[in-house]
Design a protein around this ligand. Structure first.
Ligand SMILES: [Cu+2]
Length: 142
């Protein structure tokens, strides 16, 4: 009996599926047939989780798009060719792009706390060039 309780306790402690995790995203020059791309275009996380962007190939960064983040979120724009991270404390949808490749499809979304209350604002973002169609498809999939 004691052993069973111990096993159950272990499972509850270490195998909790509701617990979310931090996310790692690579900043790449090439992935499959795509060039200038984040390895994950959409990630779902919980409030308090951190996303790490790894500068696998140089020349990329992360810039939150104006009007594309929940209210109260401050400007975030990182240096090129640097690993970077951000801890998401406010729920909602965050839209970002790589500053030099924003018209080349290098965009991404982070959904925090499954909160999509700012979806209408996200739909109003002006995307450029090749990113327009990609953004449309991603937003439709949210
Ligand atoms: Cu880039």
């Amino acid at each position: 009996m004691k052993r069973i309780i111990l096993i159950i306790t272990f499972i509850l402690l270490f195998v909790n599926p509701a617990r979310s995790a931090d996310q790692n995203i690579d900043m790449l020059n090439k992935s499959g047939r795509e060039i200038n791309v984040y390895s994950k275009k959409i990630v779902n996380i919980e409030v308090g989780d951190t996303v790490f962007w790894k500068s696998v190939n140089p020349g990329h960064n992360v810039e939150f798009i104006k009007g594309g983040v929940p209210e109260g979120v401050e400007k975030f724009k990182t240096t090129y060719s640097k690993d970077t991270k951000y801890t998401f404390k406010i729920p909602g949808i965050y839209a970002y792009w790589c500053t030099p490749h924003k018209s080349m499809g290098m965009i991404g979304f982070v959904i925090v706390g499954n909160d999509k209350s700012n979806l209408e604002a996200i739909k109003k973002i002006k995307f450029y060039g090749k990113s327009k169609k990609i953004a449309e498809n991603l937003i439709n999939s949210l």
